[in-house]
Design a binder for this molecule. Structure first.
Ligand SMILES: NC(=O)c1ccc[n+]([C@@H]2O[C@H](COP(=O)([O-])OP(=O)(O)OC[C@H]3O[C@@H](n4cnc5c(N)ncnc54)[C@H](OP(=O)(O)O)[C@@H]3O)[C@@H](O)[C@H]2O)c1
Length: 276
């Protein structure tokens, strides 16, 4: 990746996070370009990272301008705009370039069709902890991409966390676990905050306790070789207080809820994919 020129097409929250990871990992600012819809966002990126940025509201060729010298193009626009963006940059993309899309639901086959034979295509599904360098990204290669390009994509996403290579047919399933997963965790945090306030703690106290508990537990989980089940058992003495609480989770059959929740997310991903 060291000698690759990288273009981030649609550098918003996720594209911007990866951009930030690349810079933090030592990628030279002059080897990165970016494009956005508005001049305001483009300027903010240029000021923050010292990269060259282009805005569509200033020039209709912004995406092509950002793409023309790039060896790797990270497509991070909204899913509905991916194929039209690829059509738009097709003429200016370098021969042999690698296109990596992080858009949910857009298949490598449809992207390969849109970009033509000049470029290879990889599809990836990062998650929002990438913003703080602790993301998990699933990566799947299209028919047009080779193993070296897959390794390059892995290096790129490892600048913002960990990466896992899967077959494309598994990307939707992965998105129901690690892609949506942060929302499940935040949902739990929300509910624990409500319970803390019900116990009489102030918003500030509840906030501190819940955030610190999630951070501490996640750090312990990451640092320990014990399974989540073993770590849970360490907090749960037989017939003690915690056991009373987790018994309520068991009564609510949380395992079934999680299975049904991820199955519902998968069904929606499949439905959305049919429109692409
Ligand atoms: N957020 C997540 O959790 C997550 C996780 C995995 C994958 N993704 C995928 O990441 C992609 C981006 O999501 P996001 O949350 O980062 O969205 P976002 O914050 O709205 O960012 C979109 C970016 O695209 C720019 N843009 C809009 N239209 C454009 C165009 N025609 N050409 C070039 N740039 C354009 C926007 O410019 P302005 O800033 O000027 O508006 C913005 O910088 C989506 O495809 C999504 O499926 C997101």
């Amino acid at each position: 990746m060291e000698n690759s020129k990288i273009a981030v097409i649609g550098a918003g929250s996720m594209g911007g996070a990866i951009l930030s990871g690349l810079i933090a990992a030592g990628t030279a600012a002059d080897s990165i370009t970016a494009s956005t819809a508005t001049t305001q966002s483009a300027k903010a990126l240029a000021n923050k990272f010292g990269i060259k940025s282009f805005a569509l509201d200033a020039s209709a060729t912004a995406n092509s301008d950002a793409s023309q010298d790039a060896d790797v193009l990270l497509i991070a626009v909204k899913p509905a705009k991916v194929l039209e963006t690829l059509e738009e940059i097709k003429a200016s993309v370098k021969d042999g370039a690698l296109v990596i899309s992080i858009a949910a639901g857009v298949t490598t086959e449809s992207m390969e069709h849109a970009i033509g034979s000049k470029a290879s295509v990889i599809r990836a599904m990062p998650n929002t902890p990438s913003i703080v360098g602790h993301g998990v990204t699933g990566i799947a290669k299209g028919k047009s991409a080779n193993d070296n390009q897959l390794a390059l994509a892995k290096d790129l996403f490892e600048t913002v966390g960990q990466a896992i290579v899967v077959d494309e047919e598994k990307i939707n399933a992965l998105s129901t676990i690690s892609g949506s997963g942060p929302a499940y965790v935040f949902y739990f945090a929300e509910k624990l905050m409500t319970a803390a306030k019900k116990m009489g703690f102030s918003e500030k106290e509840a906030n501190l306790m819940v955030r610190a508990t999630f951070l501490g537990s996640a750090t312990l989980l990451a640092a320990s070789s014990d399974s989540p089940e073993t770590l849970r058992a360490q907090v749960t003495s037989p017939n003690g207080t915690t056991m009373q609480a987790t018994a309520r989770f068991d009564e609510a059959d949380l395992e079934k809820v999680f299975i049904e929740a991820t199955e519902a997310a998968l069904a929606r991903a499949i439905e959305l994919g049919k429109n692409k």
